[in-house]
Design a protein around this ligand. Structure first.
Ligand code: ASP
Length: 427
C-alpha cells in the first residue's frame, strides 16, 4: 500500500494564512464584522491561548532539564556569556541599521502636517493608555528591572506570562543547584524534568495540528479589524516601507552572514527549517507564543542540540528582539521628523542605547514594542503623543518584527550550538 505523503507543516500554515486573508477581504466587503468577532476570532484566541498555556511550563522544564544536562557550571557560564554577548551584538546591529535607513530615506519629512491632527484625534485614547503603561515603567528606580527579575513567589511568577524573566531566573537558579549536587542525589529530579519536557513537547505537536485553523482565524479577524484604517495607511507608506526594508535586510542579509561565518547551515536549509515558526510568528505577533515551535524547528530541522535550544531560545524570546529595536529606532526618528525636529548625534546615540534596552524590556507579546517606544521618545525629548502617527500601521509591522525577533534567536541558537560542538559532541 502506498503511504500518502503528509503535507509539511509550513505549507499547511501558509494555506491557513491565505484562506484567512481571503476570508478577511470577503468579510470586509460583505460587512461581516459581527459574524467574524462572534464566530471566527474566538478560534484564533483559543489557538493563541493554547500556545501561551504551554509557554511557562515549557520554559521551566526545558531550562531546568537543559541546565541539568550541562553537568558543569563552567560550561553554563561560558554558554551564558556567549549567548548574551551575541544577543547584544545583533540588537546593536539592528538599531544601527534602522537608524541608517531612516536617516537616508527620511520618511517623516514628507508626512503631511494636516494628517497629524487626524491621527491624534483618532488614536488619542489608545495613545494615553500606552503613555500610562510606559510611565509606570519610567517612574521606577534604575535597578527596577533587576528587582523585577527576582520573584518573591514562584507560583505568582508563573501565574502571568508577562513574568517570564522571573520563571527563567528560578529555572536557572534551580538548574545550577542541581549541577552543584552529586548526580546520585539529583538523578530522580532530573529524570522528572526531562520526562516532563518530553510531555510538553508532545503537547506542542498536538497543538500544531490545529495551527492552520488558528492562523486562519487570526488573520481573518485582523483584516476585518484593520479595515477602517486603510485610508490612513497611505500617508504612512514610506515609514512602513523603511521599517519593512530594515526587517527584510535583517532576515535576508544580516542573519545569513552570521550563519555563513559561524555555522555550516546553508541559509536555504535554515529558512526551510524555520518556516513553520516564522509563519506562526507572523500570524500571532508574539515571540512567546511562538517559542514552542521555534524550539521544535531548531531541534528537529536545524539539528541544534536540546541543551542549546532549551537554554538559548527561552532567554532569546524574552530579551533578544532585533526586529523590535530596529522598528523603535525608525519610529523614533520618523516621529521626530514628522514634528519638524532634527535629531543631533547625541540624540541618535541615545536612541541606540534606549532602543537596545527597551527591546530587552519589551514583553514578547503583540504590541509590546510600541509601549516601550514611548520610553525611547521621552529619552530624546520627542512628544510621546507622536505614537498616534504610527498606530494605524503598527499591527502589520508588529507581525513582521516578530518574525525577525524569532529568526534572530534561532540564528544565535545555531551559532551557539556550532561553537559548543567538537567532533560531533557537545563540549
Ligand atoms: N510582538 C513582538 C514580539 O512578541 C514584540 C513587539 O515588538 O511588540 O516579539
Amino acid at each position: 500500500m502506498i503511504k500518502k505523503k503528509k503535507l509539511a507543516l509550513h505549507w499547511k500554515i501558509l494555506i491557513g494564512m491565505l484562506l484567512g486573508i481571503s476570508y478577511g477581504l470577503v468579510a470586509v466587503n460583505f460587512d461581516m464584522e459581527t459574524f467574524t468577532s462572534d464566530w471566527i476570532k474566538p478560534l484564533g484566541t483559543i489557538f493563541i491561548n493554547l500556545l501561551k498555556l504551554i509557554a511557562v511550563p515549557l520554559i521551566l522544564f526545558s531550562l531546568v532539564s537543559g541546565i541539568a544536562n550541562l553537568k558543569d557550571i563552567s560550561k553554563l557560564s561560558r554558554m551564558g556569556l556567549k549567548t548574551v554577548g551575541i544577543y547584544l551584538l545583533t540588537t546593536f546591529i539592528a538599531v544601527s541599521l534602522g537608524l541608517f535607513l531612516v536617516n537616508i530615506i527620511d520618511p517623516g519629512a514628507s508626512f503631511p502636517q494636516e494628517d497629524q491632527h487626524k491621527f491624534e484625534e483618532r488614536y488619542g485614547s489608545e495613545v494615553s493608555k500606552k503613555q500610562q503603561d510606559a510611565s509606570e515603567v519610567r517612574g521606577e528606580s534604575p535597578l527596577q528591572s533587576l528587582v523585577d527579575m527576582v520573584p518573591s513567589n514562584l507560583v505568582s511568577a508563573m501565574a502571568e506570562n508577562s513574568r517570564m524573566l522571573q520563571v527563567i531566573f528560578f529555572a536557572i537558579f534551580f538548574g545550577i543547584s542541581i549541577i552543584l549536587l552529586p548526580e546520585k542525589t539529583t538523578e530522580p529530579v532530573t529524570r522528572f524534568f526531562v520526562g516532563m519536557n518530553s510531555v510538553i513537547l508532545k503537547m506542542i505537536d498536538l497543538i500544531m495540528e490545529v495551527a492552520p485553523i488558528g492562523v486562519f482565524a487570526l488573520l481573518g479577524s485582523i483584516i476585518v479589524e484593520l479595515k477602517g484604517d486603510s485610508a490612513l495607511f497611505t500617508s504612512l507608506a514610506l515609514y512602513g516601507f523603511t521599517v519593512i526594508l530594515g526587517l527584510l535586510l535583517m532576515i535576508f542579509v544580516v542573519y545569513p552572514i552570521f550563519l555563513k561565518i559561524f555555522t555550516k547551515i546553508k541559509y536555504q536549509d535554515f529558512y526551510k527549517g524555520m518556516a513553520p515558526a516564522q509563519l506562526l510568528a507572523l500570524s500571532t505577533s508574539s515571540s512567546a507564543a511562538t517559542l514552542p515551535v521555534t524550539m521544535e524547528c531548531c531541534e528537529k530541522n536545524l539539528k541544534v542540540s536540546r541543551e542549546v535550544t532549551s537554554f538559548v531560545l527561552p532567554i532569546g524570546a524574552t530579551i533578544n528582539m532585533d526586529g523590535t529595536s530596529l522598528y523603535q529606532a525608525v519610529a523614533a526618528v520618523f516621529i521626530a521628523s514628522a514634528f519638524g525636529m532634527d535629531l543631533n548625534l547625541g540624540q541618535q546615540l541615545t536612541i541606540v542605547l534606549t532602543a537596545t534596552l527597551a527591546s530587552i524590556g519589551s514583553a514578547a507579546v503583540p504590541g509590546a514594542g510600541i509601549v516601550m517606544l514611548v520610553i525611547v521618545l521621552t529619552a530624546i525629548g520627542v512628544p510621546t503623543e507622536g505614537i498616534a502617527l504610527i498606530f494605524a500601521v503598527d499591527r502589520p509591522l508588529d507581525m513582521i518584527r516578530t518574525v525577525v525577533n524569532i529568526t534572530g534567536d534561532s540564528t544565535i541558537a545555531a551559532i551557539i550550538h556550532r561553537s559548543e560542538v567538537r567532533n560531533g559532541n557537545i563540549i
